[in-house]
Unconditional design. Structure first.
Length: 164
């Protein structure tokens, strides 16, 4: 049974921005994923969306955020950051997040949900296992999925696969 997260109004704003970025990505021929990096003072420092349409399947927003944070923030600043994202980090991005020492993650839809949707739609599974973030980065504080937003994310993935 999935445990749902009830975000604060501020968290909801950041998550909605992630869904907006995911929508932009889809409109531009990429996959519908978007993420936002917020520092300990609550300021948005960086945002990115999926850019795999060019053929590089590693162009996920969360790994770009980890790289940006490594280049621009001190280890202490990184630890105080929260990453908001439309879809739970994949193992590659979770590992990057853990390696650069970023803080909490809040996601709209979980990897398990995406995996279930693909099964439901008889779509091939992703080539990388849908491990929970905390399996890759033990002890990291994570929150999600968020019911209303996961529904929006599901609709984007449905649209990507021509199921709308
Ligand atoms: Zn990823």
């Amino acid at each position: 049974m999935t445990q749902l997260y009830d975000p604060s109004p501020v968290e909801l704003v950041h998550l909605q921005r992630c869904v907006e970025l995911a929508t932009e990505a889809l409109a531009d021929g990429d996959e519908p994923f978007g993420s936002v990096l917020v520092d300990g003072a609550g300021r948005v420092r960086f945002e990115e969306r999926n850019r795999v349409g060019g053929g590089d399947a590693t162009r996920h927003p969360e790994i770009e955020i980890a790289r940006w944070a490594a280049a621009h923030l001190s280890p202490q600043e990184r630890a105080g950051c929260t990453v908001y994202t439309s879809g739970e980090h994949c193992p590659m991005c979770a590992a990057a997040h853990g390696w650069v020492g970023l803080g909490r993650i809040v996601f709209a839809a979980s990897s398990a949900q995406l995996s279930d949707w693909l099964t439901e739609w008889a779509e091939p599974a992703a080539p990388v296992a849908p491990l929970p973030i905390t399996t890759v980065v033990p002890g990291l504080p994570v929150a999600g999925p968020v019911a209303s937003l996961a529904e929006q994310v599901r609709a984007l993935h449905a649209r990507q696969r021509g199921r709308r």
